[in-house]
Design a protein around this ligand. Structure first.
Ligand SMILES: O=c1[nH]cnc2c1ncn2[C@@H]1O[C@H](CO)[C@@H](O)[C@H]1O
Ligand SMILES: [Zn+2]
Length: 395
């Protein structure tokens, strides 16, 4: 497989340290591993679905105001309060039509943003209030993703979307959801996850689900190291056997940066880095829940320099008012990332996806690398043209 390219600061010979423009970032092929279906609805869709289903609890009925409400309510500094906002999105996602629509729009919106591969997660157990079965929920979401992929293709964009089935960590249905994920494997579902409030709900509560998935040779990620620190990450990896960490940002607590700039990794941080455990980092979400103070101080800067298998993700596009392009833009602003850095994150993410290795490799070699190469060569020729023009006007 491809090597993980040079660390920050070492730019390739062909492209000097050029911070990409918003347009280049949007056109760059991006890979998204951590995005919640119920955290990414269009505000206008929430309003319309609420009208259709006579859901009367929305705090605002104007789409613009509702979008702002979600962002502000999620800007709470605590994961628990952030999660309260999902009551309204889950509230309007209880019928087959609503699920198909939300999934279709999700695929379309991601494709429009230049995402070429996405794993989108949701908790089927939260969509049963109007009488759907777990199977019907999964079928509706899969149908929506397939429709969205098709509509994106018709609009000249390419995206592939896989689903991750989430079990809620405070509930007790994880084994059932793991079995559901296993039944729908190869039919749109690529893995399993647990989410919800972290403190007080360690991943080991769900050991039976993880052991079942391991026996089935299936894949899973675990939300860990977001609102709670190292013990949660350690349990997720060493007790539960997670393939990836949802967030995992608190691994930073096991890394010491000394005054002279040298760095010492603890045993757990070394394990995560050396075993190439993918970190599904979500910068904007972390700022809202208080897991990081600012983009510039977000641990992703250090984790990238230390060659952790870091990936960039949106978590909840509605609550964080973000997109993959936005996350990349914020990081490029904060850390001066170039197209080479953005390619590194995208290749890291593609390597860490739950689809078969040959398909990941094809995405890297046939889609991601050529996409970045195109942008870099475009920029190179623009540079040559503008240098010539300025030489011309000077002479
Ligand atoms: O960042 C997060 N940490 C933990 N749980 C989350 C996060 N974002 C969303 N959810 C939870 O996952 C459920 C299924 O998608 C959502 O309903 C929400 O409760
Ligand atoms: Zn999440």
């Amino acid at each position: 497989m491809t090597s993980e390219t040079a660390p920050t600061g070492t730019v390739s010979a062909s492209v000097p340290g050029h911070v990409p423009t918003p347009d280049q970032i949007r056109r760059a092929p991006k890979v998204l591993l951590h995005d919640h279906l119920d955290g990414g609805l269009r505000p206008g869709t929430v309003v319309e679905l609420a009208q259709d289903s006579r859901y009367s609890e929305l705090p605002e009925t104007d789409p613009g105001k509702l979008g702002i409400w979600f962002r502000e309510a999620a800007d709470s500094g605590s994961l628990e309060r952030y999660l309260e906002t999902f009551r309204h999105t889950v509230g309007v996602m209880q019928t087959r039509q609503a699920l198909v629509r939300v999934a279709r729009e999700c695929a379309e919106d991601l494709a429009e943003d230049g995402v070429v591969y996405a794993e989108v997660r949701y908790a089927p157990e939260q969509h049963l209030e109007a009488g759907l079965s777990l199977e019907e929920v999964v079928e509706a979401v899969n149908e929506g993703f397939r429709e969205g992929e098709r509509l994106a293709r018709e609009a000249g964009r390419r995206i592939r979307v896989g689903a991750l089935l989430t079990a809620m960590r405070h509930a007790a249905r994880s084994l059932e959801i793991a079995e559901l994920a296993n039944r729908h494997r190869d039919f749109g579902v690529v893995g399993f996850d647990i989410a919800g409030a972290e403190a007080g709900y360690p991943p080991t509560r769900h050991l039976d689900a993880f052991e079942y998935l391991k026996r089935e040779n299936n894949h899973f990620t675990i939300h860990a190291g977001e609102a709670f620190g190292l013990p949660s990450i350690w349990q997720a990896l060493q007790w539960c056997g997670a393939d990836r960490l949802g967030h995992g940002v608190r691994i930073i607590d096991d890394i010491e940066v000394r005054e002279d700039g040298s760095v010492r990794l603890g045993r757990l941080a070394s394990y995560v880095r050396d075993k190439r455990i993918p970190l599904e980092l979500c910068p904007s979400s972390n700022l809202q829940t208080g897991a990081a103070p600012s983009y510039a101080e977000h641990p992703i800067g250090l984790l990238r320099r230390l060659h952790f298998r870091a990936t960039v993700n949106t978590d909840n596009r509605l609550m964080s008012h973000t997109s993959m392009s936005q996350e990349f833009e914020r990081l490029a602003d904060a850390f001066g990332y170039t197209l080479d850095d953005l390619q590194w994150f995208s290749v890291n993410a593609m390597k860490s996806a739950f689809i078969p290795f040959d398909e990941r490799l094809a995405m890297i070699n046939d889609v991601i690398k050529p996409g970045y190469a195109e942008l870099k060569s475009e920029w190179l020729f623009q540079q040559t043209a503008s240098t010539r023009a300025s030489e011309g006007s000077a002479g």
